[in-house]
Design a binder for this molecule. Structure first.
Ligand code: AMP
Length: 186
C-alpha cells in the first residue's frame, strides 16, 4: 500500500518475481477493462479519469476471483487494494470465506514532494489519463482521506510494516524484502 507515485506497481512486480507469486494490481485490472471497452470498463472510466475511487463493491467483486486463483497457486501480492476501510472489511470477509490470510501489509512511505515529482514524470512517460496536474492533486487528496486511515487498521491487526520508499527502486526492493522477512520472522 501507499499513495499514488509511491512505487506500488514497480515494487509489487519485483516482489512477485522475488517470491515467485502472482502480482495482482487492481489499477492494472481496471485499466485493462477500460482499454478493452467492457461494460465494467465503460462504467468506471470517467471515475478513474477524475482521480476518484471506483465503488467499493465493484472493486471487491472484480479482485476476489483473482485472489482465489492466485492463493490456490501459492500466493499473491495485492497492489492497490484495499484502499478504503469498507474494502478492508470486505477483503477480510472474502479472505475468511476463501480460507486465505494476509501475512504482511507493506506501506511505502514517500514525502509529498517526491510523489508530485514522480507523478509528473510518469505523466510524460506513460501517458496515463489520470496523471494530469488536476487529477494528481485529487488522487493525493483521495488517498489522504480514504486510504491513510488503513494505516491504523493494519497496525491494529499487527500486519503493518512501513518502508521508506524515497530511494531508487533497487534499494527500496531490498528494504521491502528485508522488512517482510523481519515481519515473518524468517
Ligand atoms: P493505481 O494504478 O493503483 O494508482 O489506480 C488507478 C485508479 O484506479 C485509481 O485512481 C482509482 O480510480 C482506481 N482504483 C485502483 N484501485 C482501487 C481500489 N482499491 N478502489 C477503488 N478504486 C481503485
Amino acid at each position: 500500500m501507499g499513495p499514488p507515485g509511491s512505487g506500488k506497481g514497480t515494487q509489487g512486480m519485483r516482489l512477485a518475481q522475488h517470491f515467485g507469486i502472482e502480482h495482482i494490481s487492481v489499477g492494472d485490472l481496471l485499466r485493462d477493462e477500460v482499454d478493452s471497452g467492457t461494460e465494467l470498463g465503460k462504467h468506471v472510466a470517467a471515475t478513474m479519469e477524475r482521480g476518484e475511487l471506483v465503488p467499493d463493491d465493484v472493486v471487491t467483486e472484480m479482485v476476489t476471483p483473482h485472489v482465489a486463483r492466485a492463493a490456490a497457486k501459492g500466493g499473491f501480492i495485492l497492489d492497490g487494494y484495499p484502499r478504503t476501510l469498507t474494502q478492508a472489511v470486505s477483503a477480510r470477509q472474502e479472505a475468511d470465506s476463501l480460507n486465505v490470510e494476509a501475512d504482511v501489509v507493506v506501506w511505502l512511505d514517500v514525502s509529498p514532494h517526491t510523489l508530485i515529482k514522480r507523478l509528473a514524470e510518469r505523466a510524460t512517460e506513460e501517458d496515463r489519463p489520470d496523471d494530469t496536474a488536476e487529477t494528481i492533486s485529487r488522487r493525493l487528496q483521495v488517498y489522504e482521506e480514504a486510504t491513510r486511515p488503513l494505516l491504523d487498521y493494519y497496525q491494529g491487526r499487527g500486519l503493518l510494516v512501513t518502508v521508506g520508499a524515497e530511494d531508487d527502486p533497487e534499494h527500496v526492493h531490498a528494504a521491502v524484502v528485508a522488512a517482510i522477512h523481519g515481519k515473518l520472522g524468517d
